[in-house]
Design a protein around this ligand. Structure first.
Ligand SMILES: Cc1ncc(C[n+]2csc(CCOP(=O)(O)OP(=O)(O)O)c2C)c(N)n1
Ligand SMILES: [Mg+2]
Length: 544
């Protein structure tokens, strides 16, 4: 006989889960107890939004589903923002959401921690939501939720009435899951068609997105790009899949300010790898894309705006691996490949120069940040003006080297996501780029970093303002509103309160380089406060 909580823990252990995120509460304690007894570490955060973002960043870097355990009522409602973000950005997280006793769920009114319909509350943000009919269902449901999250790269939720966790049932121990659950398609005809399309193309280009990062497809993309001598563009979410200083890397020019239309018009085959060709990335489908090959876990979603010439369902890394094994030796460079790659690289360089000339102050800050940090650093963007530039222009040299709330646009992401990233990449420095408002929105998680002994580095751009909001006010002709005033605390005092190092610097290349160099070398958690005397422009404010 095993309790529902033990069965959930067994299922997680069989999936290879080593840590779970959450905030404890009366309802979820039996689950945390069973999980910790199973040798899985419970990573506590100070707010469920923080726990959710720790998990989201952890999953982005590892590519494996991260687990969040919420207590009933406010536990799950506090988690809706990271859940919605994970849904918007195709990140595999799995939430085990406690709820009240089964017998009370139909009449929640007036009961402690009750919400009328948990399933309805999470459904808009989840690929799948399950609920057990009894304790014997818990293990299979947790197992299913984890597999679906892995196979779709989207969040899943299991609603767990608390009586189901403590009740017991007879059960079979779950079977361990094989290493790679995402099986690439085996259809040889699709691979032959891909080979023929690639060999027939004169000016192919690779567009890699988040799915390429999540499946760790960097080595296969290098091989393919080199065999074809084909330039590689990434979306913001796909940054670092190949290093930005590789001769074939164009960076994230697939951006509304980038020279993407020229490249799209000139190319005769776009190989879309793990990107959903979203309305945001394609300007609602106005991007002039010619024929595409699309490789993605979710082709139905990917091909909504652009019907592919060839669609191959599957995880990018294993699909490319099998394709290259079968046909890698039959691929060759086209006659136009070298000229096309050079032409596209010049365009991308021109785009970067426009940035350097149009926004010199923020360019200097990004240069300082990059020069003060090693190649394997992971950067986490909050919603601050400097980060909008970093998403596009901070050179990134490793897969998952830049995490950002690019689609959902969540202020307050930077601090908790940096801590989750550090748990996934303990050997690498992790640096969050926050504004003064975004930093304070989740700064309570500095205590989480301390609790788990994790050193992270936070850059706080102190402009004393919601700069992006003021830009919007100017753009639409509003005065500065009362609601958009900001009064900051003394950030050196905040750092001191948590025992973190604090440096206050001017917004210059040399200052950032030396502050970060020192912070990373010392290795203690730090806040680098960057004092702005002049606001940074928004990307739409310079002429491209
Ligand atoms: C959860 C959430 N609330 C509000 C916003 C709207 N918003 C976007 S940017 C921004 C200003 C952020 O200020 P700060 O962090 O200081 O960065 P700055 O714009 O000054 O560089 C706000 C309020 C948002 N994106 N997300
Ligand atoms: Mg600000």
């Amino acid at each position: 006989m095993r309790s529902g909580a033990q069965m959930a823990a067994d299922a997680l252990r069989a999936m290879g889960v080593s840590l779970v995120f959450g905030v404890p509460g009366g309802h979820n304690l039996p689950l945390f107890a069973a999980i910790e007894s199973a040798g899985i570490r419970g990573v506590g955060a100070r707010h469920e939004q923080g726990a959710g973002f720790l998990a989201e960043a952890h999953a982005k870097l590892t590519g494996h589903p991260a687990v969040v355990i919420t207590t009933a009522g406010p536990g799950i409602t506090n988690t809706l923002t990271p859940l919605a973000q994970a849904f918007a950005e195709s990140v595999p997280i799995c939430i085990l959401a406690l709820d009240n006793y089964t017998s009370t769920l139909a009449q929640p009114d007036g009961r402690f921690h009750a919400i009328a319909d948990l399933k309805a509350a999470v459904s808009p943000f989840a690929h799948w939501v399950g609920a057990p009919a009894g304790p014997a269902d818990v293990g299979p449901l947790v197992d299913r939720a984890m597999r679906l999250a892995a196979d779709t790269s989207r969040p899943t939720v299991v609603q767990l009435p608390s009586d189901v966790l403590t009740a017991t049932a007879y059960t079979q121990p779950p079977k361990p899951v094989p290493e790679s659950p995402q099986v690439a398609t085996e259809q040889p005809s699709l691979f032959k068609a891909l080979r023929d399309l690639l060999n027939a193309a004169d000016r192919p280009v690779i567009l890699a997105g988040a799915g390429a990062i999540r499946s760790c497809a960097g080595p296969e993309i290098y091989r393919l790009a080199t065999a074809l001598h084909c330039p590689v563009v990434t979306t913001v979410q796909g940054r670092g899949v190949i290093a930005d200083d590789h001769e074939l890397a164009l960076g994230p020019i697939w951006d509304r300010f980038g020279p993407v239309d020229e490249v799209a018009r000139e190319s005769d085959l776009v190989l879309c790898l793990g990107t959903s060709l979203s309305p945001l990335a394609t300007r609602e489908g106005k991007l002039p894309l010619g024929p595409t090959v699309q490789i993605s876990l979710d082709l139905a979603r990917t091909s909504r705006l652009y019907k592919p010439k060839l669609g191959i369902p599957g995880d990018v890394a294993s699909t490319l691996q099998r394709f290259l094994e079968a046909h890698g030796g039959e691929l060759g460079q086209s006659r136009g490949a070298v000229d096309f790659a050079r032409w596209a690289a010049d365009l991308a360089d021109g785009w970067r120069s426009t940035f350097a000339l149009g926004a010199p102050a923020v360019h200097g800050v990004l240069q300082g940040i990059r020069e003060g940090t090693p190649r394997d650093a992971v950067f986490v963007c909050d919603m601050t003006v400097a980060a909008y530039w970093a998403q596009r222009f901070l050179p990134i040299f490793r897969p998952g080297g830049l995490l950002s709330p690019y689609y959902f646009g969540t202020l307050g992401y930077g601090v908790p996501a940096a801590i989750g990233a550090k748990l996934a990449a303990e050997q690498s420095p992790v640096i969050a780029l926050c504004g003064d408002a975004g930093f304070l929105m989740n700064s309570q998680e500095l205590a989480t970093a301390n609790l788990h002994g994790l050193a992270v580095h936070i850059i706080v751009i102190n402009d004393g303002a919601y700069a992006a909001v003021h830009a919007d006010e100017r753009r639409i002709g509003l005065p500065r509103l009362h609601v958009s005033q900001l009064v900051n605390p003394d950030f050196s005092g905040v750092a001191r309160a948590y025992g973190w190092a604090h440096r206050r610097v001017a917004a210059g290349k040399v200052e950032l380089k030396s502050a970060l160099d020192e912070a990373v070398t010392v290795g203690k958690s730090s806040i680098t406060e960057v004092m702005l005397t002049e606001r940074f422009p928004m990307p739409y404010e310079i002429s491209w």
